[in-house]
Design a protein around this ligand. Structure first.
Ligand SMILES: [Zn+2]
Length: 423
């Protein structure tokens, strides 16, 4: 098969992303190594030499592992697309199961499953070797295996019917199918957000309401009330079941909303610090960040489906990757486009990630400012951020280009500076 223009474009996109990722990673590793002998002056009192050294080692180990994954992913993608394995598997599937919507959904599902199997050894290594070496891993082999089985089960129970319905819409609604499919997927996402705290998250973790009458509970509910943030419950999640890393978030809508603190976070922070973290989370809600992010995700779904619908009409696109174009408009002609889109979309969206992260960092500053105003003092949040940085062995000296590209949160130095600047 001669390389068509589109196959060449795909190859360039895959290589360009891989090269950019490796280059940024190298830049960052060098920067970290250059500062490895001593912590930045602002943090010398906060972090001891041994801990700083461990944060350097952890950063470099994660970064080197990430490089291996980058190279493997690019090679795998090029291998999959150039070997003709996809059109071959598609042909085998059609011969065996026909072109029904169920068979087509089954094909997409089987491909997704096969790809996730390939990435399993990396997930295993990251958890049981890398995280373990730095004392973060608390996941048992059993928990790890059961987590994955639950994931597959959820995908079968929720994802598969959704996929079938999307493909059915192609038959029912014709060439405007992508609008209907987009609306369906968005509605499904909203439903998931609504039911996840009650139905899905408890499958993986235990949630315990903060002890009635405890000073922490009173302090946090007083904060929720003061900031007019209606919440029914503040719960502690057993994050320590999987890792020593710590976090906090809120989830759900309206009366289903709950604030969740990792047990690891509760253990690491003092009460005023926990309050400031919660104030930061409430800030995200008050500044309507959640709604804005939802808007972006809705736009993303619609753009994605529009792209798939457009690609599905291009015969050259099919020929480029060795797929046969079937006569008549049906799911059988859209499914290869969906598959190729799923494989290649990341090579384009990668270049937009700095913009998304820039936006996300602005939200973080706004939430920090909200927390400072609510607490009347920046100190508790600064203390909390410092502790979290230290406990999670976060990189204190990322290269500015690297953090600018990848970081959804400003660095500790940047956040402290903003928190100390009045206004
Ligand atoms: Zn935040």
């Amino acid at each position: 098969m001669a390389l068509s223009l589109f196959a060449i474009i795909a190859l360039v996109l895959i290589l360009a992303r891989a090269v950019a990722e490796l280059w940024l990673s190298r830049l960052n590793q060098r920067h970290v190594r250059a500062h490895a002998h001593e912590a930045p002056s602002a943090y010398r009192e906060m972090i001891d030499d041994a801990t700083y050294q461990r944060s350097v080692d952890y950063t470099l180990a994660k970064s080197r592992f990430g490089d291996v994954v980058t190279v493997f992913d690019a090679a795998l993608l090029i291998g999959i697309l150039s070997s003709g394995v996809l059109p071959w598997a598609f042909g085998v599937f059609i011969t065996a199961f026909g072109k029904s919507v169920w068979a087509m959904a089954g094909f997409l599902f089987a491909m997704g499953f096969a790809l996730s199997i390939v990435s399993l050894p990396f997930a295993w290594y990251a958890q049981f070797k890398l995280e373990d070496r730095f004392g973060f891993n608390t996941t048992t082999v059993k928990t790890w295996v059961v987590d994955r089985l639950k994931g597959v089960l959820l995908a079968v129970l929720l994802g598969f019917p959704l996929l079938v319905l999307v493909l059915k819409l192609i038959e029912w609604t014709g060439s405007n199918w992508w609008i209907w499919a987009g609306v369906l997927v968005i509605a499904f996402q909203m439903l998931l957000m609504l039911i996840a705290p009650a139905v899905i998250m408890p499958l993986f973790n235990k949630f315990t309401p903060l002890q009635e009458g405890s000073t922490l509970r009173e302090r946090l509910f007083a904060l929720a009330k003061r900031t007019d943030f209606p919440t029914r419950s503040i719960e502690v999640m057993d994050g320590s079941k999987r890792s020593h890393h710590s976090n906090a978030f809120f989830t759900g809508f309206g009366r289903f909303r709950k604030i969740v603190l990792f047990d690891t976070l509760v253990a690491q922070l003092a009460e005023p610090e926990l309050e400031s973290v919660l104030a930061h989370e409430i800030g995200h809600y008050k500044k309507r960040h959640v709604v804005k992010l939802l808007g972006v995700s809705i736009a993303g779904v619609l753009v994605g489906f529009a792209a798939v619908a457009w690609l599905a009409r291009q015969q050259w696109f099919y020929q480029a990757f060795g797929f046969e174009y079937h006569t008549g408009f049906a799911a059988v002609n859209v499914v290869p486009a969906m598959l190729l889109f799923a494989l290649l979309a990341g090579t384009i969206s990668f270049w937009f990630s700095p913009l998304i992260h820039l936006w996300s960092r602005r939200f973080e500053y706004e939430a920090d400012t909200f927390a400072r105003t609510t607490m009347g003092d920046a100190q508790p949040l600064i203390q909390a951020l410092r502790k979290l940085t230290e406990k999670n062995l976060s990189n204190l000296t990322p290269h500015p280009l690297y953090s600018g590209f990848y970081y959804s949160h400003p660095t500790l130095l940047e956040r402290e500076k903003a928190l100390r600047t009045p206004g």
